[in-house]
Design a protein. Structure first.
Length: 241
């Protein structure tokens, strides 16, 4: 696909800013049809995007990256949502044996990563890049929100991703955390079981990557705590090395 295949982003984005997430997904499905996919981490807020997308496009391909270091609760939550929404999940796994990777990378403590960037690059970004290359979508739905990080504040609802050679669509971009949890309550959606233990943003299980947050902390304060890192790399144009 070439970007010259022409969506006028300067016209489309202002129009979509006033639309609901469901209407944005409807626009994306009308634009890309069966060549629309989505990704999900099956994290704290994931039920919202999965509920919205499955209503508009039942059986949409859902890319899920299994890094080898996910919480057992994440796998259980995925199965719960698979059954509830009849999800069409495409799991892409790291090419590494998780135990052997730790030995090769000289990571001596399984509960901690000394080189977080390297682990994200090889165990999370590579499988996702492989998924996009194999599925070759024209549109990719993702669940990022501007409120989540400074790196996301200037993002647009529809962007051309040179890295993925497709359009990236972020229906939840303008929503606040309050909007998310109101939607979950209104539609009686399940949430990740670790939320009740204070995990409000959930990635891989090493404590260097995901921890519970304290009262009053930002929901993403538990991700890579104490590090300057704020992105796993999936949502930036230059893949993490």
């Amino acid at each position: 696909m070439q970007q010259s295949e022409a969506i006028d982003l300067l016209a489309v984005n202002p129009m979509l800013e006033s639309r609901s997430p469901g209407q944005i997904i409807e626009w994306a499905h009308a634009e890309f049809g069966d060549e629309l996919v989505m990704s999900s981490s099956f994290g704290a807020e994931s039920a919202v995007m999965l509920h919205l997308a499955s209503h508009v496009f039942p059986r949409i391909k859902v890319i899920m990256v299994d890094t080898g270091y996910l919480f057992p609760e994440t796998h259980a939550f995925m199965e719960q949502l698979r059954q509830r929404f009849d999800l069409n999940i495409w799991v892409y796994r790291t090419s590494n044996d998780p135990i052997q990777y730790l030995k090769t990378a000289n990571e001596t403590d399984p509960t901690w990563r000394n080189n977080i960037e390297a682990c994200c690059a090889i165990n999370k970004n590579e499988p996702h890049d492989r998924a996009i290359k194999q599925l070759a979508p024209k549109g990719w739905l993702r669940g990022i929100r501007r409120e989540q990080a400074d790196t996301r504040k200037a993002r647009q609802i529809v962007e051309w991703s040179t890295r993925n050679n497709c359009y990236a669509i972020s229906p939840l971009l303008p929503w606040s955390g309050r909007d998310i949890w109101l939607y979950i309550k209104q539609h009686d959606l399940p949430y990740h079981p670790l939320v009740e233990k204070g995990f409000l943003s959930i990635g891989c299980n090493p404590q260097s990557c995901t921890r519970a947050v304290m009262p009053g902390e930002d929901p993403r304060a538990g991700r890579w705590a104490g590090q300057s890192k704020t992105e796993c790399g999936l949502h930036v144009e230059a893949p993490v090395k």
